[in-house]
Design a binder for this molecule. Sequence first.
Ligand code: PBG
Length: 326
Amino acid sequence: MSFDLPYRFRRLRRNSNIRAMVREHSISVDDLILPIFVEENIGQPVAISSMPGVFRYPESDLAEVVQQAYSKGIKAVILFGVSHCKDAVGSDTWSDEGLMVRCIKAAKLAQPKMMVISDNCFCEYTDHGHCGVISDDGHVDNDKTLLNLQQQSLAAARAGVDMLAPSGMMDGMIAAMREALDDNGFSHLPIMSYSTKFASAFYGPFRDAVDSNFKGDRNAYQMDAANGREAVAESLQDELEGADILMVKPGMAYLDVLYRIRQDSSLPLAVYHVSGEYAMVKAAAAAQVIDEKAVVMESMMAFKRAGADLIITYYAEDIAGWLTEG
Ligand code: PBG
């Protein structure tokens, strides 16, 4: 017997070939950006305990790390420096001899075809751990921070960076960077804005990763997790100021935000699958309660379905490997 059903969805699910033919989204190694942590004045890689498989590398290892990622098909890396030269404003970031500049140069030298992206912020370079200059009232001074961000951006540009990614959530950061870059002969350099970045507990392991001495919170500059309309407005403002790529961060808990921005902007959209998301999957896999590869690939597909074009993830090399295995 058979029922007279109006439609049978299962017809297109009967075997793997037909499923592949009607699959709406896919993940490519071209979508992936690998974050790399580099610490100055260390001799050996330091394992980050909350993020198994992730290390803080000595500067001397950066070339090899970049080359290895490239050999796996990764085309872009984003660099995070762990500074030992911290001060109140993060001035090491705009020194032409500073850690950020040295890392960019070393990465480009190791593999000129690798797309090298700088994380443009101050928190790994300030002694207080905030993402900018602290004013007398104890808040991060937006506009003083912008002036420093301009200096930092120019140092990164002179060092040969391929794309800049400001993550400090200062108002006007894109306009300020764009102006500095354009006025100094770097109008060709794209900016990937951390345009909608939430003040998130999912960054916990990152603070561990960058050995942060930061106490307190970033609620006065990063976004409130409760706000969806403002999340869209933040990204659209950065588009107006000249951002080339927008971003939502974190990922899995903010798929609605990704989807909403996708509806309102035609710019490429990135998502940051952050440290806490990585750590949770690793911990659950270690406890043998989930299938790590399947969960990661399903998460990546969720990002694509929600509207992401690019995915920044500590899993980038694993995913590249899984994609070639098939
Ligand atoms: C710095 C920065 C942070 C992350 C990326 N850039 C930390 C923060 O804002 O506290 C988080 C990355 C992650 O958790 O994987 N502004």
